[in-house]
Design a protein around this ligand. Structure first.
Ligand code: CO
Length: 258
């Protein structure tokens, strides 16, 4: 309970300090918000969105979840994205991953954590699709760092696939998409991808994303919906191979629908 009381006391002290510095600090922000940025980050407590970006209340529209994912089936994320792009008209959407991400680490392992395993399924795909690049990295920590970076690229790619971003770009409108990784050891943000503002730039990113795909199933017609991964890479591989065989069978059937 003492820890909780501390939060209330800190809040009083913070509000008083802000008003002392600027008597209208809160009133100026009370009637509306006009943020320039949508920040999509990990729920990790060590990566506070406003602090690491040096922004004030009112500057960042924020969505956070485990391992900073953009899943098209996530109603929460899609509502945040739609409101940010179409109503708030944000100039930039920033996906921010972080080294040492527990969600990414869990997706790289075989241990089961229950419901969150489903949530992490798409990151298992990132690991599988980039297996050759990752296996070439001898140092496990460096490999872990690389998966964090690849996951950020993947989430940007997911953003480019949403009708929300595609409609905005088709109308010649913003936002620009950016990918950052926060280093929990230094407090510094690293730029992974910046200024993606068109389908061409998204395609270039996708080409880069798909260039290192030898072992796992290649993304077919853009995407395979992520299978529910219940127990590690082997099961995921088996499911993916089954989907591949079905698709190959359908193609061999030659029904001419393509
Ligand atoms: Co994390």
């Amino acid at each position: 309970m003492e820890n909780f009381r501390r939060i209330i006391q800190n809040n009083r002290a913070w509000a008083a300090a802000m008003v002392e510095h600027d008597p209208d600090y809160f009133e100026k922000r009370a009637s509306k918000q006009e943020p320039h940025f949508l920040y999509i980050g990990c729920a990790d407590s060590r990566v506070p969105s406003n602090q690491v970006t040096g922004t004030e209340p009112g500057e960042l529209f924020v969505h956070r979840n485990i391992a900073n994912q953009v899943q098209p089936s996530d109603l929460n994320a899609m509502c945040v994205l739609q409101y940010a792009v179409e109503v708030l008209d944000v100039k930039h959407v920033i996906v921010t991953g972080h080294y040492g991400c527990g969600g990414v680490k869990a997706a790289m392992g075989t241990e089961s954590y229950g419901l969150v395993d489903h949530w992490l399924g798409p990151i298992r795909n990132v690991v599988r699709w980039n297996r050759s690049e990752l296996e070439a990295i001898a140092d496990p920590e460096a490999r872990f760092d690389r998966v964090v970076e690849l996951n950020v690229l993947e989430q940007i790619y997911h953003l480019t696939e949403t009708p929300i971003i595609q409609h905005a770009w088709a109308k010649g409108r913003r936002p620009l998409l950016h990918g950052l990784v926060y280093d929990i050891h230094t407090g510094l943000l690293r730029e992974i991808a910046t200024g993606i503002d068109s389908q061409e730039a998204a395609d270039a990113l996708a080409a880069r994303r798909e260039s290192g795909v030898p072992a796992g199933p290649p993304p077919i017609a853009g995407r395979i919906a992520a299978p529910p991964v219940l127990a590690g890479d082997e099961l995921a591989d088996a499911i993916a191979m089954r989907v591949l065989r079905q698709l190959e069978g359908a193609a061999a059937g030659g029904n001419g629908k393509r």
